[in-house]
Design a protein around this ligand. Structure first.
Ligand SMILES: [Zn+2]
Ligand SMILES: [Zn+2]
Ligand SMILES: [Zn+2]
Ligand SMILES: [Zn+2]
Ligand SMILES: [Zn+2]
Ligand SMILES: [Zn+2]
Length: 338
């Protein structure tokens, strides 16, 4: 079921003169969490925080949710993404309405999930997540976490000071060991999240595996813009339920967007297998309707030439350099025991 969400949005000074404190504190009623919540494995309802905003622009509004493992949502049409200057999936408005009318039958799988090619959340590169045929990236074990990692990338973050352990961990993950990714421990105090204690709620970076407790949030990841110190706003409260949305200090904020550069999403190029395609508002295939039926064929939205090569593209600028990732406390064994 592709759930359609209406959420409050980030308000950025550049775009709005509304009182952002008032607006961001308000909440639209939640859809998809009523009498028929999403379920995984038939147990508890699944509402991952990362699904609440568009994966391209991190803004709310009407979103189409992927029914695959990535647990992401996207602005479906240009119009829906207009306020946040989001390229969106570029779907045609009429077809989007038709898709919505399908309700539960209207499945949608993004091209990453459809073709089992997901990006590593640490390095940004695409890799096969097909567990039946030499997988390269593996999903975090947490039900509400849609992040995939290369075994080597997640091992390096979890065991930065212990090469032997990192190598062992990497081999275990490649061999199918379930793992908890770095997003589930505070970068500063290494403790877990507690949604019921406000100070222990998490602030999670949208662009890399970095999270802090509210009480541990560095001063320069600020909920407000500080023009005097030329410090951009990097944190937003009230957009995600019981969680702060942040861009950590590894990512430069683009003033005109109010977000880091939006080159962080890479879909596999299905017309040119082996190549990958940065998101450019390209028309997407669809789980139920024919692609020709659904996509907007507006030529101005057609993607540029796909990058070819060995099946991988270069690391993406807005992904953080590896040496900046969170490190477990000295002397600790990292998070293998989680
Ligand atoms: Zn968007
Ligand atoms: Zn997906
Ligand atoms: Zn990686
Ligand atoms: Zn995770
Ligand atoms: Zn902490
Ligand atoms: Zn980050």
């Amino acid at each position: 079921m592709a759930v359609i969400k209406m959420r409050v949005s980030k308000l950025r000074k550049a775009k709005s003169v509304e009182d952002s404190r008032h607006k961001s504190a308000s909440r639209e009623p939640k859809e998809g969490q009523g009498s028929n919540p999403r379920r995984a494995n038939g147990d508890a309802p699944v509402e991952p925080q990362q699904r609440e905003v568009c994966a391209f622009c991190d803004d709310g509004g009407e979103l189409i949710c992927c029914d695959g493992g990535c647990l992401r949502s996207f602005h479906p049409t240009k119009e829906h993404g207009e306020r946040s200057m989001c390229t969106s999936l570029g779907l045609n408005e009429a077809k989007w309405e038709k898709h919505k009318a399908l309700g539960e039958k209207g499945l949608y799988f993004c091209n990453n999930c459809k073709h089992k090619q997901h990006q590593c959340f640490a390095c940004g590169l695409l890799g096969s997540s097909n567990l039946t045929a030499e997988p390269e990236v593996f999903k975090c074990k947490h039900r509400k976490c849609g992040h995939f990692y290369h075994p080597g990338c997640v091992a390096e973050i979890l065991y930065p000071d212990n090469k032997a352990k990192a190598t062992c961990f990497e081999q275990c993950v490649a061999g199918g060991l379930e793992f908890s990714c770095p997003v589930h421990k505070c970068k500063r105090c290494k403790e877990a999240e507690n949604k019921h204690d406000k100070e222990m709620q998490f602030a999670v970076c949208r662009r890399c595996p970095t999270a802090y407790h509210r009480k541990c949030l560095p001063r320069d990841i600020s909920l407000t813009e500080d023009e005097e110190e030329a410090m951009p706003q990097r944190a937003w409260d009230g957009i995600l339920p019981d969680q702060i949305l942040i861009y950590c200090r590894k990512h430069d904020i683009q003033k005109e967007l109010g977000t880091p550069k939006r080159d962080h999403i890479v879909f596999p190029d299905v017309r040119n297998p082996g190549a990958a395609e940065r998101h450019r508002g390209a028309p997407q295939e669809h789980g139920i309707l024919d692609e020709d039926e659904l996509v907007d064929r507006n030529p101005s939205q057609s993607p540029g030439p796909a990058e070819t090569g060995s099946g991988r593209v270069k690391p993406i600028d807005s992904f953080a350099p590896k040496h900046l990732f969170s490190r477990p406390q000295p002397g600790s064994c990292g998070w293998l025991d989680d």
